[in-house]
Write a protein of this length. Structure first.
Length: 369
C-alpha cells in the first residue's frame, strides 16, 4: 500500500496548530493568574478597626511585636475605607479616627525601632507627626530615634519638650539621666534619675525597657554615685572632713538604692551584682580601719548580707571563716564557713583548713570536759 504523504502533512499541520493553541491558552491563563495575584486586596471594613486595635495592643503588651504590627496595619487599612473622622469605641472608650490612626502609627514606629529599622521607624513616625506634631508620644519616640543615631543634642531637646508638656513623665527623666551620665555630667544625671524614681512610685512596666523605670533609675543612680566615689580617688590633696562625709554619704546612698531595687525586684541580676560589689568594698574598708578600731563584727554582718544575696559567693564565706577563726576566736563558726566553701569548691587547701579546724574544735571540746 503506497504511503500517503498528504495524510502525513495534514497530521503534522494539526499537531502544529494544536501546539500553538496550547501555548496561547497557557499564556492567557498565566496572565489571568498574574492579574489576580497582583490585584490589590480588598481593605477590611471600618467596623473591624476596634477589634484590630484591641488585639494589637494585647499582643504588644506581650511583646509579640510581629503579630501586633500586622493588626495595627490592618487597622490602618480599615481606616482608609472612610475618609471622614468619626468616633470608634475601643475597650469601652470612644476615640476619634485621628486618635486611632495616631496610636497605630506610633506603635508601628515603636516596633520598627525595637527591630533597629530606624529608617522605617522614622518614616512611620512622620505619619504620626502629621496627625499631632506636639503629641508626647511623638516627641518621646523622636528623641529615642535621635539618641539611637547619636544625635544627643537633638534627643535632649525632644525629651525636654516632653517634660515641658508632662512634668511627671518618669521615662523621660530616666532617659535624660542616661544621656547626662553618658556625657559624664554626673550631678545632672543624678537629678534626673531622682526625678524618675519620684515619678514612678507604682513601678509601671514600660514595653521598651527591661524593667520598670523606678527600678532602672535606682540602679543607674547607684552607679552614678559609685562613679562619683571613684572621682574622689583621684583628688590630688588630703581628704577634708567634708570629703569624708560626702564619700560616706555616696557609698551609703548607692547601697541603699540597690537594696530598695532588690526588694522590689529580687530576680534582677544586675542589681544583685552591683550590690555585692559595693558590699565587698564596704566590708574591706571596715577590715582596713586602724588596728585599734577595726570593725570585724560589722564586716562580718556585711559578708553575711553578701551570702544572703548570693549563697555561692565563696569569697565572702572564706572571709567570714577567717574573721571567726583569727579575730573573733569562734572556731566552730569558722569550721561551718569552711565546710560551706568546700561544698561549693572542693579544693585541697580548703579541705586542709576544714581538717585543722575540726582538730581545734575537738581539742576545745575536750578541754571543756
Amino acid at each position: 500500500m503506497p504511503f500517503n504523504t498528504k495524510s502525513l502533512f495534514s497530521l503534522r499541520s494539526w499537531l502544529f496548530y494544536a501546539e500553538v493553541l496550547a501555548v496561547i491558552g497557557f499564556v492567557v491563563l498565566a496572565a489571568l493568574y498574574i492579574r489576580r495575584g497582583s490585584a490589590e486586596p480588598e481593605p477590611p471594613p471600618l467596623s473591624q478597626v476596634a477589634t484590630f486595635i484591641e488585639k494589637a495592643d494585647a499582643l504588644f503588651e506581650k511583646q509579640d511585636l510581629v503579630d501586633a504590627a500586622l493588626f495595627y496595619w490592618q487597622a490602618l487599612q480599615a481606616l482608609e475605607t472612610d475618609g471622614e473622622d468619626q468616633n470608634i469605641s475601643i475597650n469601652g472608650e470612644s476615640q476619634s479616627s485621628a486618635e486611632v490612626r495616631l496610636h497605630a502609627n506610633l506603635r508601628i514606629a515603636e516596633i520598627y525601632s525595637h527591630s533597629s529599622w530606624l529608617k522605617d521607624a522614622k518614616a512611620r513616625l512622620e505619619h504620626a507627626s502629621r496627625i499631632q506634631p506636639e503629641h508626647t508620644g511623638v516627641r518621646l519616640l523622636r528623641g529615642k530615634l535621635f539618641r539611637d543615631e547619636g544625635l544627643l543634642s537633638e534627643a535632649t531637646e525632644e525629651f525636654l519638650a516632653v517634660l515641658n508638656k508632662d512634668p511627671h513623665h518618669a521615662e523621660t527623666y530616666y532617659l535624660l539621666g542616661v544621656l547626662y551620665q553618658g556625657s559624664k555630667q554626673l550631678k545632672s544625671a543624678a537629678e534626673y534619675y531622682s526625678k524618675a524614681i519620684e515619678n514612678d512610685p507604682e513601678l509601671r512596666v514600660i514595653s521598651s525597657e527591661k524593667a520598670p523605670i523606678g527600678i532602672l533609675a535606682r540602679l543607674q543612680l547607684s552607679r552614678t554615685y559609685a562613679r562619683m566615689l571613684q572621682d574622689y580617688q583621684f583628688l590630688d590633696r588630703e581628704f577634708t572632713d567634708e570629703d569624708l562625709a560626702e564619700v560616706n554619704r555616696l557609698e551609703s546612698e548607692a547601697i541603699r538604692l540597690l537594696e530598695a531595687a532588690h526588694e522590689k525586684d529580687p530576680e534582677m541580676n544586675e542589681v544583685v551584682d552591683d550590690l555585692v560589689r559595693l558590699l565587698f568594698a564596704r566590708a574591706t574598708a571596715l577590715e582596713r580601719e586602724d588596728f585599734e578600731t577595726r570593725q570585724y563584727a560589722n564586716a562580718l554582718r556585711v559578708y553575711e548580707r553578701i551570702v544572703e544575696l548570693d549563697p555561692q559567693e565563696v569569697r565572702a564565706l572564706e572571709r567570714m571563716g577567717e574573721i571567726y577563726a583569727s579575730f573573733l576566736g569562734d572556731k566552730a563558726a569558722a569550721l561551718e564557713m569552711y565546710r560551706k566553701v568546700y561544698e561549693i569548691e572542693p579544693h585541697p587547701t580548703v579541705l586542709a583548713n576544714v581538717k585543722s579546724l575540726e582538730e581545734d574544735v575537738a581539742a576545745e571540746m575536750g578541754a571543756e570536759e
